[in-house]
Each structure stands twice: as C-alpha cells, then as structure tokens.
Design a protein around this ligand. Structure first.
Ligand code: GZL
Length: 308
C-alpha cells in the first residue's frame, strides 16, 4: 500500500468496525425476507458495522456450523435467529469461551444457563397469541359458538409455541370458541394451503375461523378456502400474525380480517446493541419490539405506509 493508508488498507482488521456474524434461518416467509433486508441494509449503510451473513435453509445444523465459523473468524458479535428453541448449549458455550456475545433475534432459546446469550431482540409471542384471540372474539362475538382451525408455525420454534399458548389462554374467556384442528404448516404459504385443503376436505362445513401463526400460512389458507368454494373473510374469518403487506391487502379485499403486527425491521436495534456492547454498556436481557393489531379501516388506512 502507499504507506500513508489507514490500518484497513494495510490489510489489518480495521478495529473501528464492529464485525457481526448473523446466522439467519432462511427465507420461509415474507416476514423473514423483510428481516433479512433490514439487517443487510444496516450492514451496508452503517459505517461502524461489517456484517457477515449466513442463510441456514431452515436447518439448525447449518446454523451451528455458521456460529462455529463466526467463532473461528473472531467476529465481535454473533447474531442468531434460532430456528428452534433447543439444542444450542454446546455451540453457545464455545462462543462464550471465545468471549463473543450472542444476540438472539426474533425467536428465543431454552437454555439452563441464560448467560449463554446477551439479549433477545424480539416480540412478545404470548401477547400476539392473546391479541389474535381477543380481536377474533371481538369481531365474531365473545358469546358465539365458533369452530376454529389452527395453522401452526415451525414445530419447536418459540414463536409457534408461545403464539399457540397465548391464543389458547385467551380462548378460555370465550367458552363457545373451540379449536377443532391444529397442525403445523411450517410458516410457509404452500404448506398453509395444503393443510387448509385437508381441514376443508375433512369438515369444511363446520369451520368458522382460521388462526394462522403467520400471515404467509393465512394467505395459503385463503387460496384453499376460495378454491373450496367459500368466501374467505366472510364464511370463514381469518386472523394471523406478522403484518406483512399481503395481509393488509387481503383485509382491504375483504378476504382476511385481522393481522397482529410482529416487527421484522430489527437491523437498527441490532446495530444499536452491537455499539453498546463495544462501548461496554449493559444491555437489557429482552429488547421488546413495539407492535400493534390491524383490522378493517385501520388496516386499509395503514396499507400505503407499510414498509414490508
Ligand atoms: C417471529 C418470527 C416468525 C414469523 C414468521 O419473530 O420468528 O418466523 O412470525 C417467520 O413469519 O417465519
């Protein structure tokens, strides 16, 4: 180099940049791709951050490999969106031994030693499940007899476990509301359509509502309901979680009824946490996303401004 260049130009690690290794689950839903976009944009635009990105194609084994690779590269921070809650102790102990803080994004893990991660940036899934039931009962009438089918997210994912729990908890307040069938459709549109087709085939005349753990599965269910010959949003009410644009459009078109927002735009918060860790600041164990619930005219009015 010309001798006068900065440390970086001599090929040495530019120690002003914070290197974040992010192990992303995959691209199973519109929500997930929005989160990836938010974090990649942060990596590109924030001069203090260098982002290393790995896509695990839904496999925990690929996430564990990525974490080991980040440890070997001596990144400053590991960000992890854990596909499932369990099976992380061993590799997170390796990260701890390497003195690399681990920031959880958008899903939680179950570990006996919670010093294995520094913070969880994400939503209150129990709250989201409760809101889904509350708004559905408010729409149909809390005293009605309502047969519900449930499209669950990825088995073992905290978002799936806790949304199911919150919904069932709230449903106790409405004795006429019954979950007749509940099956995973893995947070994807195609599986949501497939499982809904099976539900309709089995007992289509007795389904009053669908609770889908994410909007993508709800979009698949809407297609199945229409192909079955019923009016989605009218004959069968739809409530789902995420708040992607397609869900707002479906509400505007009268095909869906309620979407419970779950914020995927976590790039700025991840950068903020990485800087606080660099500066030796203490960060909260849970950095909770702020979110709302959208239905009817409120959803229609918000549609033009939705960012994902
Ligand atoms: C929620 C996130 C979930 C979304 C789904 O934080 O983990 O995973 O709700 C996504 O769309 O697949």
């Amino acid at each position: 180099c010309n001798g006068g260049g900065s440390a970086a130009s001599e090929g040495k690690k530019d120690d002003k940049k914070i290197v974040i290794g992010f192990s992303q689950i995959g691209a199973e839903s519109g929500w997930r791709t929005a989160e990836t976009k938010s974090i990649k944009e942060m990596g590109k635009n924030d001069p203090e951050i260098e982002l290393k990105f790995s896509d695990a194609q839904q496999k925990q084994s690929n996430q564990i490999k990525a974490i080991r690779s980040f440890i070997a590269q001596k990144v400053d921070v590991i960000a992890l969106a854990p596909v499932v809650e369990t099976g992380w102790e061993k590799v997170l102990r390796e990260a701890k031994r390497a003195k690399i803080p681990v920031v959880l994004l958008d899903r939680r893990i179950k570990v006996d030693d919670d010093s294995l991660y520094t913070t969880f940036i994400g939503s209150d899934f129990i709250e989201e499940g409760k809101n889904a039931a509350k708004y559905l009962a408010n729409l149909i009438g809390p005293d009605k007899k309502v047969n519900i089918v449930e499209l669950q997210g990825t088995v073992g994912a905290s978002a799936m476990i806790e949304r199911q729990k919150g919904f069932a908890e709230q449903l106790k307040k409405y004795p006429g509301y019954k979950i007749k069938k509940s099956e995973t459709a893995d947070f994807t549109r195609s599986k949501g359509k497939e499982v809904m087709e099976a539900f309709l085939k089995a007992d289509g005349k007795n389904i009053d509502a669908v609770f889908a753990h994410n909007d993508d599965m709800a979009m698949g269910a809407i297609q199945a309901i229409e192909e079955y010959g019923l009016k989605s949003g009218k004959d069968i009410k739809i409530v789902s979680v995420d708040g992607i644009k397609d869900a707002f459009q479906a509400i505007k078109d009268g095909k869906s009824n309620i979407t419970v927002e779950c914020n995927p735009l976590l790039g700025p918060q991840l950068a903020q946490v990485a800087k606080e860790l660099r500066d030796g600041k203490k960060v909260d164990k849970w950095i909770k996303s702020k979110e709302d619930v959208y239905e009817g005219q409120k959803a229609i009015d918000a549609l033009p401004d939705r960012k994902y």
